[in-house]
Design a protein around this ligand. Structure first.
Ligand SMILES: *[C@@H]1O[C@H](CO)[C@@H](O)[C@H](O)[C@H]1NC(C)=O
Ligand SMILES: *[C@@H]1O[C@H](CO)[C@@H](O)[C@H](O)[C@H]1NC(C)=O
Ligand SMILES: *[C@@H]1O[C@H](CO)[C@@H](O)[C@H](O)[C@H]1NC(C)=O
Ligand SMILES: *[C@@H]1O[C@H](CO)[C@@H](O)[C@H](O)[C@H]1NC(C)=O
Ligand SMILES: *[C@@H]1O[C@H](CO)[C@@H](O)[C@H](O)[C@H]1NC(C)=O
Ligand SMILES: *[C@@H]1O[C@H](CO)[C@@H](O)[C@H](O)[C@H]1NC(C)=O
Ligand SMILES: *[C@@H]1O[C@H](CO)[C@@H](O)[C@H](O)[C@H]1NC(C)=O
Length: 768
């Protein structure tokens, strides 16, 4: 009964269909927090296990026939007091309508004073072969002062997300809520996930915070249930037990993997009479039943829901005098000699006035009603028309239309080249967003290869979710790219805002990402010359963004996966979704920290002060990647070698630089060049932003190195000379390629589709 359809979310997005969109939002909101449900079990079946009431379709006993299927069978273990209930090995705490609460688990790491790991517990839960999934009521929480944690989910959709918590004084830690200091939380997780793995890591092994925070924890759990008690949680030996006891994980459940309409045609359709069928909102099939309005009972059990007799309880009906129960409702009426609708909230019952002929009254009433009706209809139509106009305008605005319009009118350069495409045009260009046209999926959307009517090949980026913050990033990208014209920055050709998610049209860059090429470093074109050229091109583009563009632009997410290569291996910087325009009179702005782990400037991380120097830091790591062929952050390397920048600097200090550089770089580059590059990396990744060079200085230095290289062509041709040969032998070429992501056993290459810190670099605009 697995629900493992690999249907991309996009297929559910109806184009230009605002009604669907509104419906989608409403139905998502309605699923919240209804853990109250029918309490009736199948006849002859035990209804309670310890403190837990088990309503059908759940049932107690394996193969007892009490449940609707294997996945709903509760194993009641009476060797505990009170008895404990398990489904598939997971302890169940509460069963409700559409949701269950299950026992939690915490990923834990503890260090001793000298930074040695003394305790490590992982947390994961696999629901892949079931019809359960993690509810959106859950959030991911980290407790600790020197920690980051990543939650990875796979199955129907793959994603990673996480947060970082750093503090150095116990006084800074606030209690009562998860403030981000000592405790951080992701937003509620998206629907439809059925696997998660929590990975917890520490930056300094708690050596700096050991005095008050030896252990850290990470867990998934119901957002509203967790209360952070500040620093006292750090030293509380009962923290794990208390959290497991108070913060459950909420799972959504559905019946089977068919939609209501498909299930109705089968023999084991679970909704009985007088009930409604509700499709699962995860988008992966399955349904639930609920009683029709005016009915109560257990919709999963024959004969179905029973009519509620509203007349029995004066509080559930609004009749003034006489109440008549009907199926699914009730009618009110008035005793003999009275007229009216009999409702307390209506006209009630009025004694008939003998002198006033009823006929006249009803005639007058009739005319009155008729004219009222006409007036109301006229009003209604008017309001409706205006509503539609307003909705259209709202769409346009929601997609950043106003912002863009403003931008286009105020901006002189680059406007003519930014074309507004129609939705039909792009639909045709991508063959109706056919799967085989997908170039890549990233955190912000899916990129399709498109062929325009004039045969031009373009890349079309489409937002994945209709989430406002993502749309903002799209518009941000449009605004930034319309101001930029540089051969090493990917060109924006146009956009389309009339669709419900905005679409961006770029020049097509055919050769994938630098990240991809670095990871396959044995590629023949990756010569020292070419690496140096790409580094210089990237640096010159960044320098241009920082200084030459009309307002300085900080890219904020410089990484090798965001550097695209065209057919001539020319570098093109892409993905400006996170970038910021810095007003000329300011040199720094305070923002929400955003970027990719491994490339993120530690200073920015600490202060939230965004300056051009953060891009310099990230570029330093890209440069390190280019010359070493290694990933910037690798959990599989030892602690001190984990960060590529520190690894490189240490190797330089210990005079073993050649061991970390890519063998081909060592063969083809000169000693001076390599040392100069290493020095450049070192200065770019200086902890203090002020110590870093500007992007312009970096670009100039790289240009200089390039020229230097041209003066010594022998560096490329005479590589078999004894001196170089011996260098080469020193390098351990059998070293396996680094695994980049957190070690997730069978899920080691999970692709993150969301999250502020993506660990994997597939999160780019155009992966190869
Ligand atoms: C739906 O569940 C049935 C078994 O109940 C299984 O055979 C089938 O493969 C599932 N379909 C999908 C698309 O997962
Ligand atoms: C089910 O609920 C009704 C009222 O909500 C209650 O009277 C009844 O005792 C419950 N039955 C069981 C088996 O708990
Ligand atoms: C569970 O039941 C026991 C008695 O069987 C009772 O003492 C305890 O308070 C109950 N716990 C909850 C959470 O209801
Ligand atoms: C109940 O739990 C105990 C302790 O975990 C275990 O040894 C036993 O096998 C379980 N019994 C059943 C019926 O699952
Ligand atoms: C920490 O643990 C390591 C390894 O178990 C041990 O060698 C070291 O002595 C411990 N340090 C302290 C202060 O206990
Ligand atoms: C998720 O990742 C797993 C493991 O890498 C892969 O097998 C699976 O196809 C991915 N699923 C989707 C929907 O991309
Ligand atoms: C209740 O009212 C509806 C509409 O006014 C009417 O069609 C229906 O026959 C009434 N039912 C009873 C039982 O009076």
């Amino acid at each position: 009964m697995a629900i493992q359809k690999n249907v991309p979310l996009l297929h559910h997005v109806a184009w230009k269909c605002c009604v669907c969109f509104i419906w989608f939002t409403i139905s998502a909101a309605q699923t919240n927090n209804i853990l109250k449900g029918p309490n009736i079990t199948k006849p002859g079946c035990q209804s309670r296990c310890g403190n837990l009431t088990v309503p059908y379709p759940f049932g107690i006993g394996l193969n007892s026939g009490c449940a609707i299927g294997e996945l709903f069978e509760v194993n009641c273990n009476t060797s505990f007091s009170p008895s404990a209930a398990y489904i598939g090995g997971i302890e169940v705490l509460e069963i409700g309508d559409g949701q269950i609460r299950v026992a939690n688990m915490l990923a834990t790491t503890c260090y001793n004073e000298t930074g040695h790991l003394v305790r490590k517990v992982d947390a994961w839960m696999n629901l892949i072969t079931s019809t359960y999934s993690f509810s959106t009521l859950n959030t991911f929480t980290i407790i600790g002062c020197d920690d980051f944690a990543v939650i990875s989910s796979s199955g129907n959709r793959n994603f990673s997300s996480g947060c970082v918590s750093l503090c150095n004084k116990v006084e800074d830690v606030l209690s009562g809520f998860c403030s981000g200091i000592g405790c951080c939380q992701t937003s509620n997780i998206p629907p439809g996930f059925n696997f998660f793995y929590a990975y917890l890591g520490s930056l300094n092994k708690h050596t700096t915070v050991f005095g008050f925070n030896p252990c850290s924890y990470a867990f998934l759990g119901e957002r509203d249930k967790f209360i952070f008690r500040g620093a006292s949680d750090f030293s509380d030996p009962t923290f794990v037990r208390r959290t497991i006891g108070s913060v459950p994980i909420v799972l959504d459940w559905v019946i089977g993997n068919l939609s209501c309409s498909a299930a109705r045609k089968t023999n084991d359709y679970a909704c009985h009479s007088s009930s409604l069928c509700v499709d699962s909102d995860t988008g992966f099939g399955g349904y639930r039943c609920s009683c029709a309005p005016g009915y109560e009972g257990n919709p999963y059990l024959a004969p179905g829901c029973q009519d509620i007799n509203e007349c029995e309880d004066p509080n559930t009906n609004t009749c003034e005098k006489i109440c008549i129960n009907t199926l699914g409702g009730y009618n009110c009426s008035c005793p003999e000699g009275h007229f009216g609708d009999g409702r307390k909230d209506g006209r009630g019952c009025i004694a008939k006035n003998k002198e006033f002929p009823v006929i006249k009254l009803s005639l007058g009433l009739g005319f009155g009603l008729l004219s009222l009706l006409m007036a109301v209809t006229w009003l209604y139509l008017g309001v409706k028309r205006r509503k539609i106009l307003r909705l259209r305008e709202k769409f346009f605005q929601k997609n950043g239309g106003m912002l863009l319009r403003q931008q286009l009118s105020s901006n002189e350069g680059g406007v003519e080249s930014t074309k507004i495409f129609t939705a039909e045009e792009l639909q045709k260009a991508t063959n109706n967003y056919a799967d085989e046209r997908i170039l890549g999926r990233g955190g912000y959307g899916t990129v399709y290869k498109g062929i325009l009517s004039d045969k031009r090949i373009v890349a079309i980026k489409k937002s994945r979710l209709m989430d406002e913050s993502q749309i903002e990033q799209f518009i941000n990208e449009v605004v930034i790219l319309t101001q930029v014209n540089h051969r090493n920055v990917v060109k924006l050709l146009g956009c389309c805002l009339e669709a419900e998610v905005p679409l961006l049209v770029y020049e097509y860059v055919s050769n994938g990402t630098l990240f991809h090429h670095i990871q396959h470093s044995r590629m023949s074109w990756m010569s020292w010359d070419n690496r140096l050229r790409i580094a210089a091109e990237t640096a010159s583009a960044l320098s241009y963004l920082h200084s030459a563009a009309s307002k300085p632009i900080i890219h904020r997410d410089v990484k090798s996966a965001n550097i695209l290569l065209d057919e001539y291996y020319t570098a093109k910087i892409s993905d400006f979704g996170a970038s910021r325009l810095i007003p000329l009179d300011q040199t720094q702005v305070t923002t929400l920290v955003q970027g990719t782990l491994g490339y993120l400037d530690p200073e920015y991380f600490r202060t939230s002060q965004l300056t051009e120097k953060s891009d310099v830091y990230s570029f330093g790591l890209v440069l390190a990647e280019i010359v070493t062929g290694k990933k910037p952050l690798c959990m599989e390397r030892s602690e001190e070698e984990r960060n590529l920048a520190t690894f490189l600097i240490m190797s330089m200090k210990e005079n073993r630089l050649f061991q970390v550089l890519d063998p081909r770089v060592v063969r083809e580059g000169t000693l001076e060049q390599l040392q100069q590059i290493a020095e450049l990396v070192k200065s770019c990744v200086s902890l203090n932003g002020a110590d870093r060079p500007t992007m312009k200085e970096v670009a100039m230095e790289l240009e200089g190195l390039k020229k230097f290289n041209l003066r010594h062509p022998w560096a490329n041709t005479n590589q078999q000379n004894g001196q170089y040969e011996s260098t080469r032998l020193m390098v351990n070429e059998t070293e396996p390629l680094d695994l980049y992501t957190v070690p997730l056993s069978p899920y080691s290459d999970i692709q993150p589709l969301s999250g502020q810190y993506s660990l994997d670099s597939t999160d780019s605009v155009f992966p190869a």
